[in-house]
Design a protein around this ligand. Structure first.
Ligand SMILES: [Zn+2]
Length: 287
């Protein structure tokens, strides 16, 4: 029998006749409302020193870094999760150096070109949320003017505080959001009301970081943003020194790992170079 998904864990199966409950329990995807997640390459980065993400571990180990964003196709509408580095960086093919030269960022394919390739216009996207508001996540936020923006209240307050730099935010990458319909959250949000796409708070990396639980036809996944920088961080449990609240990161990781275990969800670590495999043929749809 398949593992229970979030929906059939919470949908009151006890109230159904046993036979029907059995059918639903063994075929959770019969209710699936999510058709696919399309993975876009929303930039790339390289580092010469992975230990900037895992203090004391993997010093001077070089790595590619994926920077992906995701379009969720639900039968009630489209949702964008993270918008990557700003498309304008394509005009700097040599890339931009950060972290004292230990990190370099590039954009080789723009998000707008990849969406055009799919025949989707940004204003068709009606829902938008970010794992958090760092500039490699909010770079193209201003493209989605018709989307309702879902944000945890502590993230909103930090982003529009007097000192957003304190959180490593760059208001230029998200100032346009003040024109979007905004829903401030204090916890979970079931975006389409059927349990198939659920925003969950996971603070630590930033004050209001969040993850997205999505039930694909092939089974659930959790889009984990920067809760871990790399898959290796899940193994060595290292936490970047510049996370806003390291203890909160630790607690959020435990909570998200428990959810993955309970539902059988795969955790997608957004920056992990394993996700580079999707880049060669981005946009790529996962069902
Ligand atoms: Zn970040």
């Amino acid at each position: 029998m398949k593992k229970p998904t979030l929906r059939n864990l919470t949908s009151g199966l006890a109230a159904l006749p046993v036979a029907m409950a059995m059918v639903i329990a063994v075929s959770p995807n019969a209710l699936a409302a999510v058709e696919k997640i399309t993975v876009f390459e929303c930039g790339q980065a390289i580092t010469s020193d992975k230990s900037i993400f895992s203090p004391g571990i993997e010093a001077d180990v070089a790595s590619d870094i994926a920077i992906n964003c995701y379009l969720i196709t639900h039968d009630k509408g489209l949702m964008i999760w993270d918008t990557g580095l700003a498309d304008g960086l394509i005009n700097k093919p040599e890339g931009v150096s950060l972290a004292g030269g230990k990190l370099k960022i590039f954009v080789k394919k723009t998000l707008s070109a990849q969406m055009k390739e799919m025949g989707i216009k940004p204003d068709q996207v009606k829902h938008m949320a970010f794992s958090h508001m760092h500039p490699d996540i909010t770079g193209n936020s201003s493209a989605f003017t018709s989307a309702t923006w879902y944000v945890q209240k502590p993230e909103f307050d930090a982003a529009f505080s007097k000192d957003p730099k304190k959180y490593r935010f760059n208001p230029k990458t998200y100032s346009g959001l003040k024109n979007n319909k905004t829903v401030k959250l204090d916890g979970k949000r079931d975006v389409f009301g059927d349990g198939s796409v659920v925003i969950m708070p996971a603070p630590g990396h930033t004050p209001g970081s969040q993850v997205l639980y999505v039930e694909l036809p092939s089974g659930p996944v959790i889009l984990a943003g920067d809760l871990w920088a790399f898959e290796t961080n899940r193994i060595n449990k290292s936490i970047p020194e510049n996370d806003f609240d390291i203890e909160a990161t630790r607690k959020s990781r435990v909570k998200v790992e428990a959810l993955a275990k309970k539902t059988g969800a795969k955790i997608w670590v957004m920056h992990d170079p394993g996700q580079n495999a999707t880049m060669a043929h981005a946009p790529q749809s996962m069902r």
